[in-house]
Design a protein around this ligand. Structure first.
Ligand code: DX5
Ligand code: ZN
Length: 217
């Protein structure tokens, strides 16, 4: 599948968020990754639907909301209203996968599931037919700028092999500590959707940052 690069705006300069988004859009970003944190599911708070609506108003990029929140069902309509195209929920907080995934899809959005580094792949395999994306966390969720966890590579490979065997058309995403060195490892393991915050927004040359992730060499 085509390699897609998704800047995570958590690492952007929030004093000039609109400019930062235009820079990554011009530099070839395939979509934007919006980290939504509630201070309960993860020990950090980020931003919510009002900021997402503002982002929607300044870019035509595809927007995916990564919901690191408790009780995501309650907020899915608000993020749909704010203009995201895809909502990724966490497997660790979903009592009824089909109900929540259908809730997302009934609103016309694509649905994805994310699993933390220590969560088993078996948690999501029964639901792949409902998914557009699976997102492997390669750090403990909650903060940008953390070190990549290489122990997740075997899980990415197992997931990629399973998806290939069953011929599902699913983006295999990775999120956390992705930079050119780790990008080559996750692409070899089968990932095609690379989320990066620090590696992109920490580099003044956005074009170089994005192309080095897409072609890590
Ligand atoms: C962490 C977020 C990631 C994070 C990635 O909970 O889900 O998207 O912002 O940031 P970097 O690329 O800096 O590790
Ligand atoms: Zn994320």
């Amino acid at each position: 599948m085509k390699i897609k690069i998704a800047p995570s705006i958590l690492a952007a300069d929030f004093t000039r968020l609109g400019e930062e988004i235009k820079l990554v859009e011009k530099a070839g970003a395939d979509l934007l990754h919006l980290d939504i944190m509630d201070g309960h599911f993860v020990p950090n708070i980020s931003f919510g639907p009002p900021v997402v609506s503002a982002i929607r108003s300044v870019t035509s990029l595809y927007l995916e909301a990564h919901l690191m929140i408790l009780n995501p069902d309650k907020f899915i309509p608000a993020f749909a209203e704010a203009g995201v195209e895809r909502i990724i929920i966490h497997a660790e907080d979903i009592p009824d996968f089909p109900r929540t995934l259908n809730h997302i899809q009934d609103l016309g959005l694509k649905a994805g599931i994310s699993i933390k580094p220590r969560t088993s792949l078996d948690t999501i395999l029964p639901h792949l037919a409902l998914l557009d994306t699976i997102l492997f966390m390669t750090v403990e969720p909650g903060f940008g700028g953390q070190a990549f966890m290489p122990q997740v590579l075997s899980k990415i490979r197992a997931g990629s092999d399973f998806i290939a065997r069953h011929d599902y058309q699913i983006d295999i995403g990775v999120d956390g500590g992705i930079e050119p060195g780790t990008a080559s490892q996750v692409i070899s393991a089968g990932a095609n959707l690379l989320i990066a915050g620090t590696a992109i927004f920490g580099n003044p040359n956005k074009f170089e940052a994005i192309s080095r992730l897409r072609n890590p060499g």
